[in-house]
Design a protein around this ligand. Structure first.
Ligand code: BES
Ligand code: MN
Ligand code: ZN
Length: 532
């Protein structure tokens, strides 16, 4: 999509040159200062053909005195970016099947456009025009739409331009995440995700990618991760992405994404109904790749590391069985009580690996629990963190990008149910509070740094008629990274490191060894990891 911006005010609005003109209005000031348009609005409202209520739209063909052949009047709930985006998406639906190649979006006097409005628009347009075609080339093309121009006042022009550029880059990251999610499991294998990472590193010179195979993963001592891949004919991969936008000495933010390319449940096999949707179980991995794509284009001054443990969870004669005990890279042993709780088993080793980067903060992203879907539905992602600052920054980034998260508890008490008679930890607690016990399980591997966990089981894809990936939470993550970089010296990253010191914590590596405690000495793999 080609995104443009142009300035037009007052009487110039009806003369905007486009195939279709969308006009977004708020109820408090449903006027434009253009006599032709204002009369159209007034007459339409008087005739009860249009009302200034959110969701209402009126299509007018070849309105007299308007240069564009198609005009759509749109009512927004208020002047916020979220409402503006909803109105624009509604307007696009009105002209979608028509021949309009160039749509211009103007707004009434009640709407002062900010960069966030323009960003929201770019994301809304990209969302509304995405078509999955990879294994369905017969799917109708996105339609005639090629170009969207945002019409603003002179005063808003600079912000709109900046917002559009940012929105377009984020939209491309979202689209990558969405496309990878939608790819069927027989296409989107761990090998495929590794190749995607390499492709990104070829396309963007600021990105480096390293893809480890089974032997290399074994060498690292990732016994927990590997135990999940045991039943699969597809070899596992461990992907390491790096983006360097700041001095090498600056502590990076590390993103860890769950990359289960298909989750059958393993020996604790899932019921058949709806199991196809478990191809989306690599949504965390997809969001990390998507965020790297957006970041590589926006080039913020920050360092970023992406870690993706990826494999299939399959039942077979070589699968891990309930009751098996595996040794994680941290040295902690885990009793696999349910092979369907595999996400945490692959993430825990990636979280231990993250220590070596002495990160400013680590955020993991995972389609981790059905319980999180029960708790939050598909509106908010679940956010778990004991770190107020980090949690606050992520929540704020979610609000700003309209890719929201909701904070969930993480009290140690929830971990009681993770006790095992045969290992340091069991991999499941009871049914109650399942999203929280999963998060508490992960927390046992994150003592060396500041950490947050996003459970995106409800937000990463949609079910039913609109079944498909959403590309979430690429918007939230990219916004978080941009905010960190923009804050410069005041960024949470260095601040986090400082706070850690103030609290008397040792450096990442030291803390890790202390935390791993006696189990660390037991496990030879752990020593190798600490050295590397
Ligand atoms: N990938 C699933 C989580 C999931 C389930 C996401 C349904 C979206 C919709 C995860 O690996 C899983 O199977 N979790 C189990 C954990 C349980 C065995 C403790 C679950 O949520 O049922
Ligand atoms: Mn599972
Ligand atoms: Zn899973």
């Amino acid at each position: 999509m080609d995104y443009r911006s142009t300035v037009a005010e007052g009487p110039a609005l009806s003369q905007v040159n486009a195939d279709a003109l969308l006009l977004v209005l708020t109820s408090d000031q449903a006027v434009t200062g253009d006599a032709v348009l204002d009369k159209l609005i007034k007459d339409a409202v008087a005739a009860d053909d249009f009302a200034l209520k959110a969701g209402r739209a009126l299509y007018i063909h070849r309105p007299a005195g308007v240069k564009a052949a198609r005009l759509v009047l749109l009512a927004a709930a208020d002047a916020k970016p979220k409402s503006y985006k909803a109105a624009v998406v509604k307007g696009l639906a009105q002209v979608k099947e028509l021949g309009a190649a160039h749509v211009a979006v103007a707004s009434g006097k009640g709407l002062a456009l900010s960069a966030d409005h323009a960003k929201a628009l770019a994301l809304g347009v990209a969302d509304a025009t995405y078509v999955y075609r990879h294994t369905k080339p017969s799917a109708s093309k996105a339609g005639a739409l090629k170009k969207v121009t945002v019409v603003s006042t002179q005063a808003d022009a600079a912000a709109v331009k900046a917002g559009l550029a940012q929105g377009q880059a984020v939209a491309e990251g979202v689209a990558l995440g969405r496309e990878l999610g939608n790819l069927p499991g027989n296409y989107c294998t761990p090998t495929h995700l590794g190749n995607e990472a390499k492709r990104l590193s070829r396309e963007f010179k600021h990105i480096k990618a390293e893809v480890l195979d089974r032997r290399a993963i074994e060498k690292l001592g990732m016994g927990s991760f590997l135990s999940v891949s045991n039943g699969s004919a597809q070899p596992p991969r461990f992907i390491i992405l790096r983006y360097q936008g700041a001095a090498a000495s600056q502590a990076p933010v590390v993103l860890v994404g769950k990359g289960i390319t298909f989750d059958t449940g393993g020996i604790s096999i899932k019921p058949g109904a709806g199991m196809d949707e478990m191809k989306f179980d690599m949504g965390g991995a997809a969001s990390v790749l998507g965020t790297f794509r957006a970041v590589a284009e926006l080039k913020p001054k920050i360092n970023l590391v992406g870690l993706i443990p990826t494999c299939e969870n399959m039942p077979s004669g070589s699968s891990t069985k309930p009751g098996d005990v595996v040794t994680s890279m941290s040295g902690q042993t885990i009793e696999v009580l349910n092979t369907d709780a595999e996400g945490r088993l692959i993430l825990c080793d990636a979280l231990t690996y993250a220590e070596r980067f002495k990160p400013a903060a680590v955020v993991d992203i995972a389609t981790l629990t059905g319980a999180c879907v029960v708790a939050l539905g598909n509106v908010h992602s679940g956010l778990f963190s004991a770190d107020e600052q980090l949690a606050g920054a992520l929540l704020e980034a979610g609000q700003q990008s309209l890719d929201t998260a909701w904070r969930m508890p993480l009290d140690e008490e929830y971990g009681e149910s993770l006790k095992s008679n045969f290992a340091d930890l069991g991999n499941v607690g009871g049914r109650e509070g399942g999203a929280i016990t999963a998060a508490v399980f992960l927390s046992k591997f994150t003592k060396a740094y500041r950490w947050a966990h996003l459970d995106i089981a409800g937000s990463a894809w949609k079910s039913g008629g609109a079944k498909g990936g959403t590309g979430r939470p690429v918007g939230l993550l990219t916004q978080f990274i941009l905010n960190q970089a923009a804050a410069g010296k005041d960024a949470i990253a260095p601040q986090l490191a400082k706070t850690a010191k103030a609290q008397g914590k040792a450096t990442a590596g030291k803390t890790a060894r202390k935390v791993a405690g006696k189990t660390a000495r037991k496990a030879p793999a752990r020593k190798a990891a600490a050295k590397a």
